[in-house]
Design a protein around this ligand. Sequence first.
Ligand SMILES: [Zn+2]
Length: 383
Amino acid sequence: MRFFKQLLLFTALSLFAGNISALDLDIRIFSEFKIKKFSLTAISGKYLLLNDDTQVLEIYKNNPIEISIKNDSVAVHKNNQIVGIFEEIYLQKAGLVNALKINTDVKNASERIYDDELVVRVVNKELVLINRVELEHYIAGVVQSEIFGSSEDIDFFKIQAIIARTYAITNMMKHSEQGFHLCDGVHCQSYKRRCNHSNIMMATSQTFCDVVVDAQGMLISAAFHSNSGGQTANSEDVWVIETPYLKSVVDTFSFNMRNSKWERKIRKAEWISYFVENYPDVKQLPDYENKILNITQENRARYVLGSVPTKYIRQHFGLKSTIFNSRPEGDFVVLNGKGYGHGVGLSQEGAIKMIKLGYQYEDVIKFYYTDVSVIKYTDIVKF
Ligand SMILES: [Zn+2]
């Protein structure tokens, strides 16, 4: 499977033989919305609107065009005049620094700015917008889209950039059957804009081409979560598959952060019935109701009460993490938990703490991922 993945990567990158720094990705943007109509203008540089390699129009700054669906094709209007109806259009960059602004009528996503180029086609009576973007512009956009306000530290952004780049290159065939590399949602990586944050831009360029590989030199699946609660999880405890670099580590860096602890109250009857209905073996335990109400975990546990996977308890009750102790209180059971997220790989809040304490970004990566190295991806791809 791994070999297959790497082979696909090799094939994909081979397509871009030549200047590796110009590696472009096709990212479907506005992927969670049904777009029927939008307007577009250059805010920097200049664009050529092409159809089948033929130039239809030049687009300058603040010079908007309207794009809509007409009989399963892409209709382009300018100044309320029809420019043409096409199967696909390609906005090719033709200036030094090129960015375009897209205005849609969808709520919460009315206006967005992207670097580089755009391809538009119609699929299933919807406009599919694909941002053809330089890898490093995309990485900076992902880091800014996923920023969660806890750190402005450039070294923390470097970690995020390296993880985002590793993910992008490993998964660039994820949507190949749909004609693009990655989508802009959490299914792939959140990517909602061009980056305009100077520290993120600097962190991205200072880690140019950097990715994380395992002991065999293979790109890793750089899993991360918000807070480990003091101990990260083994990948096999959460996702069945054992991965040598996703091993549980004791992580005191995740203590005393925003998501270090949580509490939840659940009705006793609901709590008990979950266990007895789904795991009949639990009823064989002496004094089982009492045991269900008083669950304790010394360390991060894969199972409690002998056979109940903590990941399913978390999933069923929507808990922040699988690390918790429970105690009865009146008609309720009170859960006191630690951490936030699946717990596999890097703890974002732990990483922020490590950077604050003076650790280097590579040390942080090597702490959370076992036996890995940071290398340039250009070193593992042959042309
Ligand atoms: Zn996706």
